[in-house]
Ligand binder design. Sequence first.
Ligand code: PLP
Length: 450
Amino acid sequence: MKDSNFLKENNARHFWHPMAHPADSQKNPPTILTGGEGICITDVDGHKTIDAVGGLWNVNLGYSCQPVKDAIADQLSALPYYSTFRGTTNDKAIELSYELAQFFAADGLTRAFFTSGGSDSVEVALKLSRQYHRIRGEAGRSKFISLKQGYHGTHFGGASVNGNAKFRNAYEPLLPGCFHIPAPYTYRNPFDESDPERLAQLCVKALEAEIAFQGANTIAAFIMEPVLGAGGVIPPHKSFMPMVRDVCTKHGILLISDEVITAFGRTGTQSGARHWGVQVDIMTTAKAITNGYFPFGAAMIAGHVAEVFEQDTSGLGSVDQGYTYSGHPVGAAAALAALSEINRLKVWQNAGARGDELYAGVKKLKDKYDMVGDVRGGEGLMCALELVSDAATKAPIAKHLPVALQKATYDDGVMVRVSGNNIILSPPLIITANDVEKILSALDTGLGSI
Ligand code: PLP
């Protein structure tokens, strides 16, 4: 490894960071990480912290998951790459498609289309839903509806269904035919409705109104995260996704569940859709599928949707998209090992129990500190603290303060994530009750210090 002075001097000089201004990355250099063990990360100066971010919602099994590391090393020796484009495949990708179909059997998802990550999976899902309607003779169904505050990655399709202007403005005009309805975000919504169940009904009404306005026969799919993640951890009322399912079914619109964060246990259930008792038509996954150790993803397709493609005899069912790394044998081997660990440890159970403890703890912090305007969580191991400068007006806190809070918790041994005026917590799903205590204590210290 180059010495720490070299790394610090060159950090962000030649390397543009995602989601960052290049000038800011140079002025405020990011933390340089050099090690990971268990649920902890270590920086170039040897400072060790609990990773309450879980990498980026993906290192669900922590940094010492030996079975995944071994699977990657073994596969690199056996077959480091081959394409899965028509005509060739590999043993690991086949086995993984079988195992994923078992894992998502209760969700009715039986086919996998492999990708290199979450944005890819979203793109595949959007394209397949248009194609599904075309095969069935409804080529006019090309539009997409999604939720404001939703995050669906950064490709043009995903950015177009994204519900946050920050990820859209610099890249407009985006894909035409994408429309957004209010999210079930009780703290801030255009209806001034703070009751989650009533708000869920209002948002579903807005969906029905948008469908009526556009014309149902022009809409291909509705895409949503079962719990909005990057937009600030927004769990809807439990009635929301089932109501959305009913509306989509009534109007022949496909329901895409974007589970790049929520699949594989984060919500306390194997999938976010299952968490809400809903079966969806396409589910996008990535991140934890390889425990973050290899870039990989999958769009999972429901049997009834897959059959439309498979039974097509006109040629319209040919899947004319894919990535060089779709079904990468090393990624597939990593995913097989991760899935086996996820099942062996039943990590969703720990995510549920620890998630409840974490949520109970952040609620206490809200009572203690006026600057904590809202806390969200309670649906597995994902929480947010929304910081405000004035509880009555809900004006967001000055920009530098969440960053100062992050620095204080980091110094105290816990890495948290700042997203706008939200502090986001998404630790590995294997954390203990003691780790939860440490995270809460560092947040308490941090909030007290800013
Ligand atoms: N969809 C959701 C719900 C996500 O949270 C993310 C990333 O955080 C993506 C899509 C994009 O995934 P990736 O960053 O792997 O392209």
